[in-house]
Design a protein around this ligand. Structure first.
Ligand code: V07
Length: 253
């Protein structure tokens, strides 16, 4: 019954859409394996899902969609898989930029971009530049990103500022730390309201550790290449059913 209603998108409360949704896009390899295809076929299909879910999130009124595209640990994968993955931002740029602009979506990328192959860097910079005039949803890719790296760099920067006498160590607070993280540019939307991981695994895998302190975590068995707008609505429905207290007590309870 509820599924029926959800497919007609009647259950999601449009007044309580999470501002920032973050997704760990897991299950591409498994999707391919099930079809006796090479893992890269799963990544290719996974990129199609990025397009579908971006449009769905934007239509629902999500303000920031952060996608974990490549972690600092992913370099340990076989070389041919890594090179295929590094080609995806290029493919994405060539095939999807006009549609993003039509949807008023701005692309942002956080991670160590300078360490990526030159062509990947160029595609990333082009995607950011070509959508920089868009004022709608932010599509924020975590690319060559790791949360401990993010925190380490923030600590190094704050420590340098303290050493230079620009910061009083006693005045270092949550807001200062948040603003030094790679999500700092997101302002009021730095922290995800909802974190989704697909494919049945229930781990955070070094993604946004500081930022998810109060996020609702929702896991689904659906593999990323099979995930779609209806699945996204279902995850948001689950989010809306939970009661967010931020450590306090809800008035009604
Ligand atoms: C990647 C597709 C989605 C499934 C998970 C891994 C594979 C989009 C991008 C991308 C990144 C930056 C950018 C434009 C597009 C991407 C990688 C992998 C490395 F500016 N999808 N996608 N990058 N996958």
């Amino acid at each position: 019954m509820s599924k029926q209603i959800n497919q007609n998108k009647l259950i999601v409360d449009p007044s309580r859409i999470p501002n920032h949704v973050a997704i760990i896009m897991d299950g591409n390899g498994r999707w391919a394996q099930k079809r006796h295809l090479p893992r890269i076929a799963g990544h290719k299909q996974g990129m199609e899902t990025v397009k579908t879910v971006t449009k769905a999130a934007s239509k629902l009124g999500v303000k920031v969609l952060t996608l974990y595209a490549f972690s600092t640990e992913n370099w340990k994968r076989p070389t041919d898989e890594v090179s295929f993955l590094m080609g995806l931002p290029v493919k994405f740029f060539n095939n999807f930029i006009p549609e993003l602009i039509e949807n008023n979506v701005q692309v942002k990328v956080m991670g160590l971009i300078d360490q990526l192959p030159p062509k990947t860097q160029q595609a990333v910079r082009n995607a950011i530049a070509d959508t920089s005039q868009c004022t709608g949803m932010i599509l924020n890719f975590a690319l060559n990103y790791g949360s401990r790296l993010d925190i380490k760099l923030a600590v190094q920067q704050i420590a340098s500022e303290a050493k230079a006498g620009k910061v009083d160590p006693q005045k270092i607070d949550d807001a200062m730390i948040s603003n030094h993280l790679m999500t700092g540019f997101l302002g009021d939307f730095q922290d995800p309201d909802l974190l989704i991981r697909t494919s049945g695994e229930e781990r955070i895998s070094n993604f946004l550790l500081w930022q998810i302190a109060y996020s609702e975590l929702v896991f689904t068995d659906t593999l990323w290449p099979d995930f779609d707008g209806v699945n996204l609505s279902q995850m948001i429905e689950e989010y809306q059913q939970r009661d967010r207290r931020f450590g306090g007590l809800n008035n009604s309870k």
